[in-house]
Design a protein around this ligand. Structure first.
Ligand code: SF4
Length: 316
């Protein structure tokens, strides 16, 4: 990562997308939904109006600079501190990015605006789009995703179906599985029926493994997770939930790289320690010293979630 970047972060490493350069297009938090599991906290004010929140040329310039120093990238991923497709002009950014590099472009979105033809059109040149579908009924959609008024479950599904019929790239639907909420047989069968109408290339099951400030969500049991995989596999290829692993070895400045990641989502302390240790393979105690130095900057604080410690940003 180049120091002083406002929009581009990483590369971050995950098992789903490999080495990925992230591009954050939104001021935090700008979203059409208020998901129970959101790592950014509650949505205080819904945003449903699409805008060019930041000048597109500025964002493209950061991508251009980052590509000069980031090698071995698997993906460039457009993602937001909220709902990515609220950024008006994402289609232009995708097209211009693809002129700069052969690295494929992915877009992570909740998919709530795909009912709009102009939004679907902006995504046609992305190599992969990862929208969310967490429920197969209006009732559960409203409970989990808590959309802004005027956005309905049927509209969401219709948007996904329309997008699938127009989009030739990879459509990977993300399903967040929440213990006690959408992991019952009934909820999973409803989800499967809805997925069947959409025809995604794959379904990525994801779990609430990171803390959601201000919200209470539970991991599903192993039995429910296996059941979800079995039921959803009847209608789509399901990718099992996997924890990402972070790679900081190419970061020129560890503090800035870690700040850029932690400011976007909480990071498990164990995972962070391992990523820091990987930077000093010949010095087994160095990671402990560096972790202490990083924590002493007072930028971060620790929170506990499901028995694990996470680094999050200290407010103010
Ligand atoms: S769509 Fe994403 S950013 Fe918006 S509330 Fe849900 S989890 Fe948070």
């Amino acid at each position: 990562m180049v120091d002083g970047m406002k929009y581009v972060f990483g590369p971050v490493s995950s098992k789903r997308l490999g080495q990925s350069l992230g591009v954050d297009l939104l001021p935090s938090k700008s979203c059409t939904w208020n998901c129970l599991y959101c790592q950014l906290g509650k949505t205080r004010n819904f945003v449903t109006e699409r805008q060019e929140f930041f000048p597109r040329e500025e964002i493209l310039e950061e991508i251009r600079q980052s590509l000069k120093v980031s090698t071995n990238l698997d993906w460039i991923t457009f993602v937001g501190s909220g709902e990515t497709l609220l950024y008006k002009g994402i289609g232009w950014l995708i097209a211009e990015t693809k002129k700069l590099t052969n690295v494929p472009v992915a877009v992570i979105t909740n998919g709530s605006l795909l009912y709009l033809p102009e939004v679907r059109e902006e995504l046609l040149f992305a190599d992969a789009v990862l929208p969310s579908l967490n429920a197969g009924s209006e009732e559960l959609h409203n409970k989990i995703d808590q959309p802004a008024s005027g956005l309905t479950f049927q509209q969401h599904v219709d948007g996904l179906v329309a997008f699938r019929s127009e989009y030739k790239g990879r459509l990977w639907i993300e399903v967040m599985l929440l213990g006690g909420i959408n992991d019952s047989d009934e909820a999973l069968h409803d989800l499967a029926s809805t997925l069947k109408t959409i025809h995604p290339d794959m379904v990525h099951l994801v779990l609430p493994t990171r803390p959601a400030p201000e919200q209470q969500v539970q991991l599903p049991s192993d039995e429910r997770l296996e059941r979800a995989i079995a039921i959803l596999s009847e209608v789509a290829t399901v990718v099992h939930p996997l924890k990402g692993s972070m790679d900081l070895r190419s970061a020129p400045d560890l503090l800035e790289a870690i700040t850029a990641i932690v400011s976007r989502h909480p990071v498990q302390q164990r995972e962070l320690h391992k990523a820091v240790a990987d930077c000093f393979p010949n010095d087994p105690v160095k990671a402990d010293v560096v972790m202490q130095e990083l924590f002493a900057t007072a930028r971060f604080k620790l929170v506990e979630y499901n028995g694990e410690l996470y680094w999050v940003m200290r407010e103010g």
